[in-house]
Design a protein around this ligand. Structure first.
Ligand code: 6PG
Length: 245
C-alpha cells in the first residue's frame, strides 16, 4: 500500500516525519521488543535527525531498544565528509543514548566488495538466515530517480538474491554500498522523504508515470507486504496531477 502526505515546507516535513518515526518505534518496541531502522544519506534527513535528537521527541524514544542500520553508504571512511554515517553521527547518533553495539555501520573504509559482504554478515548475525525485514527503512530520492544507492541503469536495481551490493556509480564517480531491492522490499515500512522543487518533475514521474525502475529506481520500492509512505513538501509535490486530500 502506498500513501502520500504533503507538508507545507521542509521544517514541517522534518517534524511530521520525526513524529511518525517515534510512533513506529513505539509500535515496534511494543510488538517485538525492538525497533530496527535503516537511515538514508543525503541532506534531507539532517533536519529529521535534529528533530529526533532534540526535546521533546528525544525523550519519547526508548533508545536502548533501537537498532540503527543504513540503507546505503559511500565507500569512504566514516570520518569522510561524504560519509552517510558521519552525517547521521553528527546530527543524531552522537546525541542519543543508543548502545554502541546497536549501531550497525556499513564499513565504507573496506574494499567495496568486502564491505558489502561484511554488512550482509552483520545482517545475517542479527536477523538470521532469512532475508531481513526491518521495521522502517528511510529513503530519499534523487532528481534522477535514484533511491538508496540504486542508480539508473545499474545492476543493483534488479538484484533479488544478494542483500547488500557494492557497485561503482559513474554518475557520482564513486563506489557505493546499498541494500538491494530484496531487502528494501521486505521492510514493514519504506518511508520516503522528498523535499524541494528540484524533485518535483521526477516525483511526478515516479508516482504517476509508467513503471520503469531501470530509469527511475525509486519505483522498484514496492514491498509485497509492507507499506510505502511518501512524506513530501509542497514544493516537491508541485507537479503532482492529483495531490491527495
Ligand atoms: C545518498 C542517499 C541518497 C539520497 C538521495 C537524496 O547516499 O546520497 O542515500 O539516496 O537519499 O540522493 O538526497 P538529498 O536528500 O540530498 O536530496
Amino acid at each position: 500500500m502506498t500513501a502520500i502526505r504533503i507538508l507545507p515546507d521542509p521544517q514541517a516535513l522534518a517534524e511530521a516525519a520525526a513524529r511518525h518515526i517515534v510512533e513506529r518505534a513505539h509500535a515496534a518496541t511494543r510488538e517485538r521488543g525492538r525497533f530496527s531502522i535503516a537511515l538514508s544519506g543525503g541532506s534531507t534527513p539532517r533536519d529529521l535527525h535534529l528533530k529526533l535528537s532534540s526535546a521533546p521527541l528525544v525523550d519519547q524514544v526508548d533508545w536502548d531498544r533501537v537498532h540503527v542500520w543504513f540503507g546505503d553508504e559511500r565507500c569512504v571512511p566514516p570520518d569522510d565528509e561524504r560519509s552517510n554515517f558521519r552525517m547521521a553521527d553528527e546530527t543524531l547518533l552522537s546525541k542519543v543514548p543508543i548502545p554502541p553495539q546497536q549501531l550497525h555501520r556499513m564499513r565504507g573504509e573496506l574494499p567495496p566488495e568486502d564491505a558489502a559482504a561484511d554488512y550482509e554478515r552483520q545482517l545475517h548475525e542479527f536477523f538470521g538466515e532469512e532475508p531481513p525485514s526491518l521495521d522502517l527503512i528511510l529513503l530519499g530520492m534523487g532528481d534522477n530517480g535514484h533511491t538508496a544507492s540504486l542508480f539508473p541503469g545499474l545492476k543493483a536495481v534488479r538484484e533479488q538474491h544478494r542483500w547488500v551490493m557494492a557497485e561503482y556509480v559513474a554518475e557520482v564517480s564513486m563506489w557505493r554500498l546499498t541494500l538491494t531491492p530484496l531487502v528494501l522490499n521486505l521492510a514493514r515500512e519504506d518511508l520516503f522523504l522528498v523535499a524541494g522543487p528540484a524533485k518535483a518533475h521526477m516525483l511526478r514521474q515516479v508516482l504517476e508515470g509508467p513503471y520503469a525502475p531501470d530509469e527511475r529506481p525509486a519505483q522498484v520500492i514496492r514491498p509485497a507486504v509492507g507499506e510505502v509512505f511518501w512524506m513530501v513538501d509542497a514544493a516537491a509535490a508541485g507537479e503532482l496531477a492529483a495531490p491527495p486530500g
